[in-house]
Design a protein around this ligand. Structure first.
Ligand SMILES: *[C@@H]1O[C@H](CO)[C@@H](O)[C@H](O)[C@H]1NC(C)=O
Ligand SMILES: *[C@@H]1O[C@H](CO)[C@@H](O)[C@H](O)[C@H]1NC(C)=O
Length: 359
């Protein structure tokens, strides 16, 4: 272990306390968390906070018909929660309405709601138009993927099954590939909080991406500091993966046997969290944390900021990166996702509120 530390000092990344212990690595550590970055505001004229969402809107997925699913209430080791005792929820918002409201979806009986702790989500529409919702869940600090069927008439989710696997250790996000298959990111190798802390502190690149189907489960990409958001291009040929601690987006080509090969990496100056893809233009929208230190060390006097980036033409020689929105935390703290539907933008956060904007 100490050997590892020596080899890796250049890349050490950690929380502040760890940085102090490893003084020589302080600057690289702070840079992994982008600790000195302050954001210049970029405002959008027509935004409002969404009523009823006060404790996070971690991930958002919008169906082609404009129904948006929002996961809320994540409790995650080391991350602030405004409602530590309240179970998580899934909200639905119909973006076709003039004044859309977030409505909590009812979840069928037989599912343990008390320990529901939703994280990344993804939808899949089957040939018969059934809508499946995959939800990363952390009941009792574990990682599972819950599969639900969405019943629109009834504003409810019917629980179909709980997926657990030895390779699904510390799941952050999923992107559905079929009615019971998906790619998942493991944001850490370890699932135990102390080991997870150590992993981040040492700057180990042991985070990976796993393909899951009932027939086959395998690692398809590895070597990330912390693989986070994952999504797919509209033509379903490429998978995009955000490495939150390496400040970049990986483009991977998907093959018939579900393996992934690296195409390119786009480096950014911010901690990239969830990725969403505009199905019409292929643009990637990202909820980002400009400064990770402020996110991990929640201080009401020095709030974590929000930042939304749009990436156009990621496969071209010259992708265009635009800062669409940025706020110092006075309106929205810790943006983790931005999702677009016909000129309407939803911006979600790890533990704070959610913003609805007309572009
Ligand atoms: C969404 O954002 C949260 C906030 O950190 C992140 O932890 C999670 O991995 C992201 N989920 C997806 C689906 O990308
Ligand atoms: C945050 O931004 C708002 C408006 O952009 C400004 O009024 C406020 O003073 C800023 N707060 C801090 C702490 O910089």
């Amino acid at each position: 272990m100490w050997q590892t530390i020596k080899l890796k000092t250049r890349k050490v990344t950690c929380f502040q306390t760890g940085c102090v212990l490893f003084n020589p690595a302080l600057s690289s550590c702070r840079s992994r968390l982008n600790a000195s970055r302050e954001v210049a505001p970029v405002s959008l004229p027509n935004c409002r906070l969404i009523k009823g969402i006060e404790t996070g809107s971690e991930d958002i997925d919008i169906l082609p018909n404009g129904l948006a699913f929002i996961s809320s209430g994540l409790k995650y080791p080391g991350i602030k929660s405004f409602a530590p005792d309240k179970p998580g929820e899934i909200f639905l918002m119909d973006l076709n309405e003039d004044n859309p409201r977030a409505v909590e979806l009812r979840i069928s009986r037989g599912f343990d709601l008390a320990s529901f702790n939703p994280h990344g989500i993804s939808t899949y529409i089957d040939r018969d138009d059934t809508v499946y919702l995959f939800v990363v869940n952390h009941p009792h600090q574990k990682s599972t993927v819950e599969l639900f069927k969405f019943v629109e008439d009834d504003n409810s989710l019917v629980h179909l099954k709980t997926i657990r696997h030895d390779l699904l250790t510390s799941v952050n996000d999923v992107v559905a590939m079929g009615p019971d298959s998906f790619y998942a990111t493991n944001d850490h190798y370890f699932s135990d909080f102390l080991l997870m802390f150590l992993e981040m502190f040492l700057g180990l690149t042991w985070s990976n991406v796993v393909y899951y189907s009932p027939k086959e489960v395998k690692e398809v990409a590895s070597g990330f500091y912390s693989a986070n958001g994952i999504n797919i291009s509209p033509d379903r040929k490429y998978i995009y993966i955000a490495d939150v601690l390496d400040h970049n987006v990986y483009v991977m080509e998907k093959h018939a046997n579900w393996s992934l090969t690296h195409v390119k990496t786009l480096q950014l100056d911010t901690l990239v969290d969830n990725l969403s893809v505009d199905p019409h233009t292929g643009d990637i929208w990202i909820g980002c944390h400009p400064n990770g230190m402020k996110l991990f060390y929640y201080d009401p006097e020095n709030l974590p900021a929000s930042e939304v980036l749009r990436i156009q033409n990621i496969l071209s020689e010259q992708p265009v990166v635009t800062r669409v929105y940025s706020d110092n935390g006075s309106v929205l703290q810790g943006s983790s996702v931005a999702s677009i539907y016909q000129g309407k933008l939803l911006i979600g956060t790890v533990f704070h509120r959610a913003l609805y904007c007309h572009l």
